[in-house]
Design a protein around this ligand. Structure first.
Ligand SMILES: O=C(O)CCC(=O)C(=O)O
Ligand SMILES: [Fe+2]
Length: 361
């Protein structure tokens, strides 16, 4: 079936075929709606090597099973300051849980369009379950080459809602992934707070850091011209922390904080990629940094990833943490409502690190 650029939006977004639908009918060149202007693309000059003269320059790889916990904690806080990104190995989440949620992602996206379309925003029986494409297609001039299923976890009794509404091909696996990552997430929060000299995490603080979560099952189909587009455009996350499971295909790049070049995040079997989000940069008054990152799709294979965005609740106000202000540090961010922050993030295309200006003083 030939597709003219005129009906791309109808086919991909409105009918819900997604970009996977375009890949499945075998398009051989990228529709113009996905082509980024030349000066915005990731060209080779902007990429730095992960290995140079035998030296490894990639983001830190941190082994959580190291018996020297002080040293591990320092590595984590240091990575959050200097990179905003690191990979965790031996984190305690069973490999099977990770493999199962990747397989479940394929199962969801391989369903017929009629099944997936039941979860489009206009059809979904639950507002916390959303199937969609690109990032913010209502606001983007150029779309991103990806489809996703977003599962929001907004309350303590999320399990009941999940059992009732999450799509069956991925429901149990996504729930298991969520449960199995709970410890590592709370452990990371504790360590990162300790690095700010905050030693007590009461219920209130726990909720501020991790009160809501969103799991995205993300599908980047094989792309006819990957060099002309983004699977995910340059952005930093609006989260406190993001825990990301990627498969073996690769294509995730992070912007280095020192020289602003982009560096590949090499897939490591069983590892979780962790990144600092804008909210933690704000909470820490700029000590921890949310780094920009992007995804280039692959020309030969589809790729899946499963991020968990960990964030405050939509009733929370975010700003530099009270302990930091009480210590006398001059706040560089003002208090803003997290709901407003999120609304702002979702009302524009991905635009690098610009969102955080919303909270800058
Ligand atoms: O798919 C990935 O590797 C990263 C996706 C991402 O950065 C995001 O969804 O915020
Ligand atoms: Fe991201």
């Amino acid at each position: 079936m030939p597709i003219s650029p005129k009906n791309i939006k109808e086919f991909v977004q409105i009918q819900g075929h997604g970009v996977k639908g375009l890949a499945d009918i075998g398009i051989t060149s990228l529709p113009t709606q996905y082509i980024k202007p030349d000066d915005e693309r990731l060209n080779k000059q902007k990429i730095s090597l992960t290995k140079d003269n035998g030296e490894d320059h990639s983001i830190p790889i941190i082994d959580m099973s190291n018996s020297d916990t002080d040293a591990t904690e320092k590595l984590i806080c240091n990575a959050a300051e200097k990179w905003g990104f690191f990979q965790l190995v031996n984190h305690g989440v069973p490999l099977k849980v990770l493999e199962d949620v990747k397989a479940a992602t394929y199962r969801f996206f391989e369903m017929p369009v009629e099944e997936k379309a039941k979860y489009l925003a206009k059809n979904s029986p639950c507002k916390n379950v959303r199937y969609g494409t690109s990032f913010a297609p209502d606001f983007e001039k150029v779309f991103e080459w990806k489809d996703h299923l977003s599962l929001f976890v907004v309350s303590e009794d999320y399990e009941e809602e999940a059992l009732a509404y999450w799509p069956l091909p991925c429901r149990d696996e996504a729930l298991e992934y969520l449960k199995s990552t709970k410890n590592v997430i709370s452990n990371l929060c504790k360590i990162l707070m300790k690095g700010l000299n905050i030693h007590e995490i009461d219920e209130r603080k726990e909720s501020l850091l991790t009160g809501c979560k969103r799991i995205n099952l993300t599908y980047y189909p094989k792309c006819p011209n990957p060099e002309l587009t983004f699977g995910t455009g340059p952005h930093s996350d609006a989260s406190t922390l993001t825990i990301l499971l990627q498969d073996e295909v690769g294509g995730l790049y992070v912007r280095r904080l020192d020289d602003e070049s982009w560096i590949h995040v090499p897939p490591i079997s069983g590892a979780l990629v962790v990144n600092v989000g804008d909210v933690l940069q704000i909470f820490s008054n700029g000590k921890y940094k949310s780094a920009e990152h992007l995804v280039i799709p692959n020309g030969n294979k589809s790729r899946v990833s499963v991020p968990i965005f960990v964030h405050p609740t939509f009733n929370d106000i975010i700003g530099p943490l009270q302990e930091i202000v009480d210590r006398g540090d001059k706040p560089i961010y003002k208090d803003v409502s997290f709901l407003d922050y999120m609304k702002y993030f979702l009302s524009k295309p991905h635009d690098g690190k610009a969102t955080i200006d919303f909270a800058s003083i």
